[in-house]
Design a protein around this ligand. Structure first.
Ligand code: WQD
Length: 338
């Protein structure tokens, strides 16, 4: 049984990826500092798969702590790297913390891999690297625009770091550029659990619907889109998790065509904020209390993926539709209340 290290594995996407990796027969080690999650995620993963992942609480941005992980688990064959600070707004207030943390983590992990001849690395990248697209749907070959936040900049620079590391080592990399991950596992045992006031749309919707928030503010309806609100490519987190299993399989079986490959992981469909609200109201049966407010600084107008490369090379395609995403997010919010 091959062992995969998941950094940030108690997080939203990391926990769902752990479940899918275990279902695919991998042994999973989770390294996480629990700064944006908690340890009962490990219990809930075990409830879903009946397999308790190994867990080590560490700050991977500290070299000696990162080394501890690889000393303790010498049979790690590959790494999926989720661990990073990821709030766009917060990154604008605390750029130095973002650069130190996100670059510290990826550099420490890559250094340990190089020293121990561990070859396979899947990077959690983001459509944020593209910035505001000129043409849609956006392809992996689309131009990378200047970052509009330190968070997006760390994702761009991390891809550059990976390019040079793969040129000077045996490490093979697949960078998955996520669009907007939403929803939750069908068990409602794991899901998105933002600390404090949610930045992202879906948790704010479900928390408003359940009464934790008074009202949702739609950030602007005067954009040049059909209904005036921004358009995003929302993807079910389980579809996204499955893409990571396909990616690590591809590397371990040496099916990759280059030492560094990029794939857009989205659905290829764009939905507006108002369309997401409509879907939520339909699937939850809850009338959402929302108001149209001013635009949010830094929001791009619209983005959605050209997913043909992932379909062709990875044989992966998103299966879930928007309604199943909003329903699963609602079931998760209801379960949280219990
Ligand atoms: C979606 C839409 C908002 C909240 C971010 C990161 C991206 C990725 C996904 C990590 C926008 C609108 C939101 C609210 C609203 N994360 N909205 N009211 O900004 O597309 O992407 O999360 O990789 O990197 O940038 O996601 O959910 O914040 O916003 O109207 O209370 O919902 O204006 O149009 P975003 P989001």
């Amino acid at each position: 049984m091959k062992t995969i290290l998941i950094t940030g594995g108690t997080g939203f996407i990391g926990s769902h990826t752990t479940v899918e990796l275990q279902k695919a027969g991998y042994n999973v080690v989770i390294a996480d500092n629990l700064s944006n999650s908690n340890e009962n995620v490990i219990d809930n993963i075990e409830k879903i798969t009946n397999i308790r992942p190994c867990f080590i609480k560490v700050d991977l941005s500290k070299e000696d702590e990162c080394k501890k992980v690889f000393d303790k688990y010498p049979n790690i064959e590959g790494v999926i790297n989720f661990a990073a600070s990821k709030a766009v707004g917060e990154s604008c207030e605390k750029p130095i913390m973002y650069y130190k943390n996100n670059f510290g983590i990826i550099l420490n992990v890559l250094e340990q891999m190089k020293q121990r001849d561990i070859k396979y690395f899947v990077q959690s990248s983001s459509c944020t690297v593209y910035g505001e697209p000129d043409k849609l749907p956006i392809k992996e070959s689309s131009p990378i625009k200047e970052a509009t936040s330190p968070y997006g900049h760390t994702k761009q620079v991390s891809e550059e770091i990976l390019k040079f590391v793969t040129l000077s080592s045996n490490i093979k990399v697949i960078a998955l550029r996520y669009f907007n991950p939403i929803g939750a596992h069908e068990s409602a045992l794991i899901g998105e659990l933002p600390n404090g006031v949610p930045n992202n749309l879906i948790p704010y919707i479900t928390q408003t619907a359940i009464g934790l928030r008074k009202q949702l503010t739609v950030f602007g309806d005067d954009y040049p889109t059909p209904d005036g609100t921004c358009i995003r490519d929302y993807i079910h987190v389980v579809d996204l998790a499955k893409a990571h299993v396909v990616a690590i399989d591809r590397l371990i079986n040496n099916k990759n065509k280059k030492s560094l490959e990029f794939f857009n992981i989205g659905t290829g469909n764009g939905f507006s904020v108002l369309e997401v609200i409509k879907s939520f109201e339909k699937t939850s049966g809850v009338k959402l209390n929302y108001v149209i407010g001013p635009r949010r600084q830094g929001d791009i107008i619209q983005i959605y993926a050209d997913t043909s490369l992932a379909e062709k090379e990875l044989g992966w395609k998103a299966q879930e539709n928007l309604d199943s995403m909003t329903l699963s997010a609602w079931k998760w919010q209801l379960a949280l209340k219990k």
